[in-house]
Design a protein around this ligand. Structure first.
Ligand SMILES: [Zn+2]
Length: 449
């Protein structure tokens, strides 16, 4: 029995999280067929999509067959909404009265997409988050603080419910401002919190400058779960957060239309486990669409939520790019790992001066240099026919004496890691914009003249 208890203590779902891949795959395919059938029978949107591709749910028999099913893109979901059944449109697979909650995407890449969920979907959302919080060491003894605006964005809502489901004590830090949140964390000795990387760093900054609190010494937060931005998978940003808070920082990846589909475990293996009990994730070659199974080759992430019923997520084209890890994780989970997390969106990767660049590469460099503040901004413009790239940074007060050395190091590292030259603008400490949710640090003004 000893082995059994060790196992149950380690995993939220000891059976599924340690199921060998050869058993996991048939289970995924079976569940994929089930959700495909569900959508085919109940939604005009899905039936039309599959009929036009000459496909019926029964045609899908293997993992490879799954890749034949047409993908769904965000824009397609945008086109059907505001129509009947209002406001979701005909991808809805349940009677409208079964819908218990409305959410919408943040709209960073265009018009927001509406997302209906039933109560069963909502239980599924918190179940997905329960896997990830448990893997990150959340237990009944934790007092979890949630410093986010509880509103129409899904953000950390499911994290809240999952923490309760685990038996943690949850403090909803909704409409409080940053200082009040910090004081509450201190007053109640909270042990864990969830926030975007930008806000995690911003809170630490406010604590030190406005309240004279050093989060690493004066507060008791020892676990932080990040979402919304790739920062927790960017080594230098992760290190900054961990040092500022004296806490372990874990990444997680999810989206309103998909669910919480990947997470980092306590072993911090340098990547994110895909929750293969609840999701089927495939990587496809960006150009040919060929299924990528081997490690180390980048591909587009295509995701199916196997159990989401109101507005199913079947072969959703996430526009994110990633690669499979070579190594199994010491935690013993058999769920495959996305190496290095999800740090490059296909949308974000852009060509500047003929060089392909992901904004996360600039972040990695800026945050790796001691003496620079956490905030920065990248501005891409056009001067005549030439691209021009400006990087605005803040020098920390303690960096003033070493200004030339720091800027020299920054330029060298940028050239080395991104193959580009930048105009560097040094701004006074704390003068660049601060963000509470998703930061907008990368501004490409070339399209607007
Ligand atoms: Zn692991």
């Amino acid at each position: 029995m000893k082995g059994f208890h060790e196992k149950t203590a380690r995993y939220w779902n000891p059976v599924l999280e340690t199921l060998p891949q050869e058993k996991l795959r048939p289970l995924q395919v079976k569940k994929f067929r089930r959700i495909l059938q569900w959508a085919y029978e109940r939604s005009k949107f899905h039936r039309k999509l599959y009929q036009e591709a000459g496909l019926e749910p029964g045609d899908i028999k293997t993992f490879e067959d799954v890749a034949r099913v047409p993908k769904v893109e965000k824009a397609m979901m945008r086109d059907i909404q505001r129509k009947d059944p209002f406001p979701y449109g005909d991808a809805l697979c349940v009677p409208l009265e079964e819908v218990t909650v409305f959410r919408q995407t943040s709209g960073t890449t265009g018009t927001p997409v509406y997302q209906p969920d039933t109560w069963q979907d909502w239980e599924w959302w918190s179940e997905a988050w329960a896997y990830l919080l448990y893997a990150q060491g959340y237990r009944k003894t934790d007092r979890v603080f949630l410093p986010f605006g509880y509103n129409i964005f899904v953000a950390f809502w499911a994290g809240h419910y999952a923490a309760e489901k685990l038996g943690c004590e949850v403090i909803p830090g909704g409409v409080l401002d940053t200082e009040a949140r910090l004081l509450k964390i201190q007053e109640l000795r909270a042990t864990a919190m969830m926030a975007t990387p930008t806000y995690v760093l911003g809170m630490a900054d406010t604590a030190r400058k406005k309240l004279g609190i050093n989060p690493a010494k004066d507060l008791t937060i020892r676990k932080i779960t990040c979402a919304g931005e790739p920062g927790a998978s960017i080594p230098s940003t992760k290190q900054r957060m961990e040092e500022a808070w004296g806490a372990k920082v874990y990444d997680h990846v999810g989206a309103t239309e998909i669910g919480a589909w990947g997470f980092e475990c306590v072993e911090q293996p340098g990547g994110l486990h895909v929750n293969e009990a609840l999701f089927l994730v495939q990587l496809e070659d960006v150009e040919t669409g060929e299924l990528i199974e081997e490690p180390g080759r980048k591909g587009k992430i295509v995701i199916t939520a196997l159990d989401r019923i109101a507005q199913p997520c079947i072969r959703f084209d996430s526009k994110d790019v990633a690669e499979w890890s070579r190594d199994p994780c010491p935690c013993g989970r058999t769920f495959r790992i996305i190496q290095g997390g999800v740090t490059g969106r296909a949308d974000d990767i852009t060509k500047i001066k003929g060089v392909l660049i992901a904004p996360s590469a600039i972040e990695e460099v800026v945050r790796s240099i001691k003496g620079l503040g956490d905030e920065f901004e990248v501005l891409v413009t056009k001067k005549g026919d030439l691209d021009d790239i400006t990087l605005k940074i803040e020098l920390l007060p303690e960096g003033e004496g070493k200004r030339e050395a720091i800027l020299g190091q920054l330029k060298d590292q940028l050239r080395l890691k991104t193959n580009l030259g930048y105009n560097i603008e040094v701004h006074p400490y704390q003068s660049l914009p601060r963000y509470e949710v998703k930061a907008k640090r990368f501004k490409d003004l070339r399209k607007h003249g």
